[in-house]
Design a protein around this ligand. Structure first.
Ligand code: URA
Length: 237
């Protein structure tokens, strides 16, 4: 693949913009500036191909898979209505190459958010048919009790739904701390389920998707690429 196309696939703008970036001497490979947009990288070399743009290191990735520790006050939308967008926390190139949220979190929800430009991956972790459990920690307004936990485990009917929604598990982790695992990703699902059980969510944090937990060393607002081990864990759902 030629260098111009590599930059294009990695989100550095239109073909023309990528060509100009290279011609302007802003791209280097192995420490040497490369001003020829037609420089070819073989398919084998592409797998571990690294380049710098304006001294920032990039690795070629056919598809982008990332994890973000979402802070409160960010919307999972490119076109946010009242807050900043989670895309403000990522390099521009990632939004440019079509990375999208793998299921949305409310603006006030924190924790594990996956993003990718791989449509099949997004579908695999958002479709309720795929039955991937999502684990949330909810801080409740009132102390939890067995009746509420029982309702969540047996199923609660949400407004506009024809069937009750059942938690995969609902466990008390503190007087007002609920660990809830659900398969679906419906609008405000956890908040509505907890409300239907007779309590209220005051704070919500996503801890886990399938076999993958939010890395404890990933600070709020930080993101990183998912590696092969992370992707394998995710698929162990
Ligand atoms: N359920 C909710 O109510 N909100 C979220 O952000 C995620 C799940």
């Amino acid at each position: 693949m030629d260098l111009e196309r590599i930059l294009f696939t990695q989100g550095f703008g239109s073909r023309r913009q990528c060509r100009a970036l290279i011609a302007d001497g802003r791209v280097s490979i192995g420490g040497a500036t490369c001003t020829n947009p037609d420089t070819t990288i073989t398919p084998d070399a592409l797998m571990s191909f690294e380049f710098h743009v304006d001294d920032v290191r990039w690795q070629y990735r056919e598809k982008a898979y990332l994890v973000l520790n979402k802070p409160p006050g960010y919307e999972c939308s490119r076109d946010p209505q009242h807050h900043l967008s989670v895309f403000h926390l990522l390099p521009l190139q990632l939004a440019e190459r079509g990375v999208q949220c793998v299921g949305r979190l409310d603006q006030d929800t924190t924790g594990l958010l996956l993003l990718s430009d791989d449509g099949a991956f997004v579908h695999a972790f958002t479709s309720p048919k795929k039955k991937v459990p999502k684990v949330y920690l909810a801080t409740t307004k009132h102390p939890l009790d067995e009746t509420q936990l029982g309702a969540l485990r047996e199923g609660v009917l949400l407004h506009g739904e024809s069937q009750p929604i059942t938690a995969v598990s609902a466990n008390q982790r503190g007087e007002r701390l609920l660990e809830l695992s659900v398969l679906e990703g419906k609008y405000h699902q956890v908040k509505r389920m907890v409300a239907a059980s007779g309590n209220r969510v005051d704070g919500l944090h996503r801890e886990r998707i399938g076999g993958y937990a939010l890395p404890p060393d990933l600070a709020e607002g930080q993101w990183r690429w998912l590696n092969d081990a992370d992707l394998a864990m995710l698929r162990q759902s």
